[in-house]
Design a protein around this ligand. Structure first.
Ligand SMILES: [Zn+2]
Length: 191
């Protein structure tokens, strides 16, 4: 899933996509440590919300996100592409928002990108967005995905891919063990 589209636009980074504790920019890639703001780099932020609370959050540079994508098995990629293309009506909603100059970034996050259902802010879901330095890019992203859809997508990943994603998350996220089970059900959705 490539994310640049011709009429994408930029906005300031809202509080929702700053660090939860200190409300600052995410300054480094979680995988390679690259500085992201001063260097005006392109990167993604993913946040996982459980019962309305931030479960975990991180930024990853484009280069590392592409590497993760390459590690997905062909089977997993094909399954996810098919799943997405069957739901193209919901996917196009975010693109249509770009034609509305009044639309704010949070309009992109009101509905699950996959199911089209409203996102209940007190439930389990995840959000992802794309950035360049200290600017957020509005295009196909940002988006929100509900737990239902995350679970469905998880089933499309091959065993090989699941192992690789699990390893990536274990190596890169310093998290208490009780969270790992939840993370296993959270595939990277921007690849
Ligand atoms: Zn990186």
């Amino acid at each position: 899933m490539r994310l640049y589209i011709p009429n994408s636009r930029e906005t300031d980074i809202p509080k929702q996509f700053k660090t939860f504790v200190s409300e600052e920019y995410f300054c480094n890639c979680i995988k390679c440590g690259k500085e992201l703001i001063e260097s005006d780099s392109e990167y993604f932020i993913e946040k996982v919300i459980k019962n309305g609370e931030i479960e975990f959050e991180y930024a990853i540079c484009n280069h590392c996100a592409e590497k993760v994508n390459m590690e997905l098995s062909t089977e997993s990629k094909q399954n996810i592409e098919k799943y997405m293309s069957d739901r193209v009506e919901n996917l196009s909603r975010n693109i249509e928002l770009l034609n509305n100059p009044e639309a704010e970034y949070d309009n992109w996050l009101e509905k699950c990108m996959i199911t089209g259902n409203n996102i209940d802010k007190g439930s389990d879901y995840q959000v992802a967005a794309q950035f360049k330095g200290n600017r957020m890019i509005l295009s196909f992203m940002p988006y929100a995905i509900s737990l239902d859809a995350i679970e469905e997508m998880q089933e499309l990943l091959s065993a090989k891919t699941k192992d690789e994603l699990d390893n990536f998350k274990k190596q890169n996220l310093d998290l208490p063990p009780e969270f790992l089970e939840f993370i296993k059900t959270s595939p990277f959705v921007f690849v």
